[in-house]
Design a protein around this ligand. Structure first.
Ligand SMILES: *Cc1c(COP(=O)(O)O)cnc(C)c1O
Length: 319
C-alpha cells in the first residue's frame, strides 16, 4: 500500500519565526489516513509483508489505552483480513474509549493486563508464553518498534525526498520528527541523503531511547549531523493550557491540526529552537507530521475544561 506513495507537502509560515529567515515545510504523513498515525503505517508495512510471506494468521502487539500503534494495527490488520490481538495496559473499562472501541470494532481481540504484567512486554519468558498461547501470531513490540519498522521508516525518508523532487522543490536540509521509541528517527537517519540532518524531539523523559536508537543503528549514528532534543514539556501525555494555546495558534496560522501528544511538542520546541538561533539563515526545515490525531478523542473534556467549547469545536471540525 505504501510503496511509491507521494506525500503531500505544505509550506508553512509562522509569525513567531518570521524574522529568522528559515524556510519551513510540513510533510503530511497524517494525511495518509484520517486518524491512524502515518509513521505507524510505515512501521507496520514491512511487518505485514513479513507476516504474509511467512503465512502467519494473526498479529499480536502491545499498547496503552490510547495507543496510536494499537489503533493503526487494528485498522490495517482488518483491511488485510488478518486477526489482530492487542495486549492492553489497564482495566477492561478502557474498552469503551474511542481508541479501543474502534480497535475492537475492527476485529481486534483486546486482552487487558495489569501494570506489572505489562511491564514484562519485552521479557523473553513472557513473550515465549504468549507465543505458546497464540501459536499462529506474529508478535510485534510496543509502538511497532522492531528492525522491520526501521526499514519502513527508511522508506518513508526516501519517499519524502522523492515527494519534494516530484514537486520540483528543494529537498530539506533538516527533517524533524517527534520521538517516542526513536524508531522513526532511526529509520529517517538511515534513509536520509548524505548531508541531510535528522532532528528528533523526544516527547517523554525516558532516556532509554538513545540505547534503542543505537541498537537499531548498530552504533553508527553520526551525532555531529543528527540529534535527539528534549521536548517533553513535563512528561508523556502531559497536556496543559499553554500547549493547547500553541496548537490552536498553529492551527489558526497554518490550517493544520497537530496531535496533542507528539507533533505539538515537536513543533513547540522547534519554534523555540528557531527563535534562539539554532539554525543558519536560509535553512530549509521539513517538519514531519506523523499523525496521531485519533488521540484527540480522549482529550475532549480536558480541552473544554481548559479553553471551553469553542476550542473543542475548532479541533473536532478538523478530525
Ligand atoms: C508513535 C508516534 C511517534 C513516535 O514514533 P517512534 O518511532 O516510537 O519514535 C511520533 N508521532 C506519532 C503521531 C506517533 O503516533
Amino acid at each position: 500500500m505504501l510503496n511509491n506513495f507521494t506525500l503531500a507537502i505544505n509550506s508553512i509560515s509562522l509569525s513567531e519565526t518570521k524574522q529568522a529567515g528559515i524556510s519551513l515545510t510540513m510533510v503530511r504523513a497524517d494525511s495518509i489516513h484520517p486518524l491512524a498515525s502515518g509513521n505507524k503505517l510505515y512501521k507496520l508495512q514491512p511487518n505485514i509483508d513479513y507476516i504474509k510471506q511467512h503465512a502467519y494468521q494473526q498479529v499480536l502487539s502491545f499498547g496503552g489505552a490510547f495507543s496510536n500503534h494499537i489503533y493503526a494495527l487494528a485498522l490495517y490488520s482488518q483491511s488485510l483480513g488478518l486477526q489482530s490481538i492487542g495486549i492492553i495496559r489497564g482495566e477492561p473499562e478502557y474498552a469503551r474509549n474511542t481508541t479501543l472501541s474502534v480497535a475492537a470494532r475492527s476485529g481486534m481481540k483486546l486482552v487487558f493486563v495489569d501494570r506489572a504484567t505489562y511491564r514484562l512486554r519485552h521479557n523473553k519468558d513472557y513473550l515465549q508464553a504468549l507465543q505458546q498461547e497464540y501459536p499462529q501470531a506474529f508478535i510485534i513490540p510496543e509502538g511497532g518498534s522492531n528492525h522491520l519498522a526501521l526499514q519502513g521508516c527508511s522508506t518513508l525518508m526516501r519517499q519524502i525526498n522523492k515527494s519534494y523532487q516530484k514537486k520540483q522543490a528543494k529537498i530539506p536540509d533538516v527533517i524533524t520528527t517527534a520521538c517516542g521509541t526513536g524508531t522513526t528517527f532511526a529509520g529517517l537517519v538511515t534513509g536520509a541523503k548524505k548531508d541531510q540532518s535528522v532532528r528528533g524531539y523526544l516527547i517523554l523523559k525516558d532516556k532509554s531511547v538513545h540505547t534503542h536508537v543505537n541498537e537499531l543503528l548498530k552504533n553508527t549514528l553520526d551525532d555531529s549531523l543528527h540529534s535527539i532534543e528534549a521536548a517533553d514539556f513535563g512528561g508523556y501525555a502531559k497536556f496543559n493550557a499553554e500547549l493547547l494555546d500553541f496548537i490552536l495558534n498553529f492551527l489558526a496560522q497554518t490550517n493544520i491540526l497537530l496531535d496533542p501528544i507528539y507533533t505539538s511538542k515537536m513543533c513547540r520546541q522547534l519554534v523555540q529552537d528557531i527563535r534562539s538561533g539554532k539554525f543558519k539563515k536560509n535553512t530549509h526545515i521539513a517538519l514531519l507530521h506523523t499523525g496521531g490525531l485519533q488521540a484527540w478523542h480522549g482529550m475532549k473534556d480536558k480541552v473544554i475544561q481548559l479553553r471551553g467549547d469553542e476550542a473543542w469545536d475548532k479541533i473536532i471540525t478538523k478530525l
